[in-house]
Write a protein that binds this ligand. Structure first.
Ligand code: SAM
Length: 280
């Protein structure tokens, strides 16, 4: 869920937009600076929607307690779970409150500071690790489940590597469920209103979206993968895709989240949730 609170732009000196190749090192460095600068605004803007101990998959407000994409909540007790790109780690705390042994991982110290503040407010703590999702600092087969609600995957230059890393740290039979922007959203501008209903660029153009400073350095990066790319990344990592969830916009949801709005949500999907399993 990309941020629309843009005071980070001023902090980082963003002056424009660019489309050019970005490697993993540049992408990670830009994301780390961006999410550090944006952490307080992101929490101020979205913290109430996400809750301190709640598992909301996406702006369509699909909750894990209803969707049960990680299985029966009663079966979570004792499960070893990794949340990738946890941000303030509300999902991790929801899982911990059900007895799971959860680790929250994020690239940004600023977002992890928000996670510690939320642990203090809620009284539910989880271990937090600052690391890049392209290089998970865990041994093989260490987790039963991995999950991500818009964490890391849309922001990395090599999402295939994230899939391989998650496959490595999962035990055979473990699940990996992750939510990202629906690939078809790439064709439209981020305008939540009527102007965001017109196709403005090619779905097939996978050059990343960058915001840049006056030296041309990336201050914010977002990467697009087509639906086929995402499936190939999953399958090439040795994972099985067993479901693809496209949450519909609930009739009673009036709250807008950046480019996600009731207007657009009624017409086309904004989120894709990939449900994968490591064979075995
Ligand atoms: C849109 S926020 C989502 C946070 C949280 N999952 C939520 O639902 O609010 C994206 C998160 O991904 C993290 N992130 C971005 N790139 C990452 C990377 N390469 N490795 C790990 N985390 C990353 C950011 O720091 C940020 O906390």
């Amino acid at each position: 869920m990309d941020s629309d609170a843009r005071s980070a732009d001023a902090v980082l000196g963003a002056v424009g937009v660019a489309r050019r190749p970005v490697d993993s090192a540049e992408s990670s460095a830009a994301s780390r600076r961006w999410w550090d600068a944006d952490a307080d605004d992101y929490q101020a803007e979205h913290g109430a929607f996400l809750g301190d101990t709640d598992f909301v998959w996406c702006p369509e407000r699909l909750r894990e307690s209803d969707a049960q994409l990680l299985g029966d909540p009663a079966g979570l007790a004792g499960a070893r779970v990794l949340e990738v790109g946890c941000g303030a780690a509300a999902c991790a705390r929801w899982l911990a409150a059900r007895g799971a042994a959860v680790v929250g991982l994020d690239l940004s110290a600023g977002m992890l500071r928000q996670a510690r503040l939320a642990s203090g407010r809620s009284g539910v703590s989880v271990p937090l690790v600052q690391a890049d999702a392209e290089r998970l600092p865990f041994g093989d087969g260490r987790f039963d489940l991995a999950c991500s609600a818009f964490g890391a995957v849309p922001f990395v230059a090599d999402p295939g590597r994230v899939m391989r890393e998650v496959a490595r740290v999962l035990r055979p039979g473990g699940r990996w469920v992750f939510a990202v922007n629906h690939p078809m959203r790439w064709m439209f501008s981020d305008d939540p209103g009527p102007d965001g209903l017109t196709v403005s660029q090619s779905y097939f153009d996978t050059s990343p979206y960058l915001e840049v400073d006056d030296q041309g350095r990336a201050t914010y990066v977002e990467h697009h993968r087509t639906l086929g790319d995402r499936i190939r990344d999953i399958v090439s990592a040795g994972l099985e895709l067993y479901d693809l969830v496209e949450p519909e916009w609930p009739e009673d949801l009036t709250e807008q989240w950046g480019q996600w709005s009731p207007l657009r949500g009624a017409l086309f999907p904004g989120t894709a949730i990939f449900c994968c399993r490591k064979p075995g």
